[in-house]
Design a protein around this ligand. Structure first.
Ligand code: FAD
Length: 317
């Protein structure tokens, strides 16, 4: 492909790691062609250096006030205008709340194709993506036309930053109008210090944790590991934790390097959100629990005995 555009995302002033993964995917797609990026927000230009060091030759920026917080209306207009300006053959975004929302809108507007939730790229290019709630993987070969892809966080390796590389920064005057919604305030419910969708390690609890108090045991292990805390829907339904922590078919889809499932039975809807984790450790007192069928390591035991032991051991490292 001659030119590939990446829409980079910034959260709490930080460039999201999935945007660097998108740049790595864009370089693989471009096969020596041009990789450019776009980034929005008041401090957009501040991220151009990192984007340049990870492979973007040019970064379109806009500090338009309508883009300070994501709205479908404003981002659809902005991304459409950037694409009309840049004329890329492919557009790569993270398969995040923003990517999932804006990619199909702009793709439909501009007549681009869309392959979503890509977990791997092969020569061709061929896009690999999970189907049937993660039970199988589909390979979709690109034939012709222009295309959007969204990539699932934590699946594409990010190369090291090259300090010798720089990007040309191009501030763009965007014409954003007739907005049907504006964001006045964002109240974020977080599961802890680490963002669940990009976490490398997740400690997750189910109904077996038995109470909100019981989750403290999981937070202690997560603190030692620098992990995020997630949950099954069973735990969320029982009010042990917030729904923003739910992992699964109707929750977040995660691909950490390590997923520690504590007191989670392993229902198909939960597996849909975590089964492509690189290493799965299951702690369950029922040796027949289905979670053991997907686990790389299984510990049959009471989580209230096993988790504190793990925490104590990891503290020593
Ligand atoms: P349970 O199935 O009750 O399992 C609890 C486990 O804890 C058991 O295996 C038990 O042996 C173990 N246990 C108990 N005490 C201890 C202890 N002291 N130490 C160790 N182990 C212990 N679920 C999701 O998670 N995510 C989703 O996105 C999701 N979406 C759904 C969508 C639909 C349309 C439907 C119908 C269901 C969905 N579900 C989802 C619900 C799913 O079917 C299960 O009901 C849910 O995942 C069960 O949660 P659980 O494993 O925590 O609870």
């Amino acid at each position: 492909m001659k030119k590939v555009l990446v829409l980079a995302e910034v959260r709490d002033g930080q460039l999201r790691n999935v945007s660097l993964e998108a740049l790595a995917a864009a370089q693989a797609l471009a096969e020596g062609g041009e990789v450019v990026a776009a980034v929005f927000g008041a401090d957009a230009a501040a991220h151009a250096q990192a984007l340049g060091q990870h492979g973007a030759s040019l970064v379109y920026t806009s500090d338009h006030s309508a883009l300070a917080q994501y709205t479908a209306d404003a981002y659809t207009q902005a991304l459409t205008q950037i694409i009309e300006l840049a004329g890329p053959d492919a557009v790569v975004l993270g398969h995040t709340a923003i990517g999932r929302d804006v990619a199909p809108r702009v793709a439909a507007r501009l007549g681009y194709g869309l392959v979503s939730d890509v977990t791997g790229l092969e020569a061709g290019p061929v896009f690999v993506r999970p189907i049937y709630a993660g039970k199988a993987f589909q390979q979709r070969k690109f034939v012709d036309g222009k295309i959007f892809i969204t990539i699932r966080p934590n699946n594409i390796a990010v190369g090291a930053a090259d300090p010798a590389k720089t990007a040309t920064v191009v501030p763009v005057e965007l014409d954003i109008k007739d907005l049907r919604s504006i964001v006045k305030d964002v109240v974020r419910k977080t599961s802890g210090k680490v963002d669940l969708s990009e976490a490398k390690v997740i400690v997750s609890g189910g109904r077996g944790v038995k109470s909100a108090e019981g989750f403290k045991t999981l937070y202690e292990l997560a603190d030692v590991l620098g992990a995020a805390v997630g949950a099954s829907r069973g735990a969320c339904d029982a009010d042990y934790c917030d729904y923003s922590m739910q992992i699964g078919q109707t929750g977040k889809v995660v691909t950490p390097d390590l997923y520690i499932a504590c007191g989670i039975s392993g229902a198909i809807q939960h597996l849909a959100g975590m089964s492509s984790s690189k290493v799965i450790v299951a702690i369950n007192k029922d040796p027949e629990a289905p979670i053991f069928q997907v686990a790389d390591y299984g510990i049959v035991g009471d989580l209230f005995e096993v988790v504190p032991l793990l925490t104590a051991e990891f503290k020593k490292v």
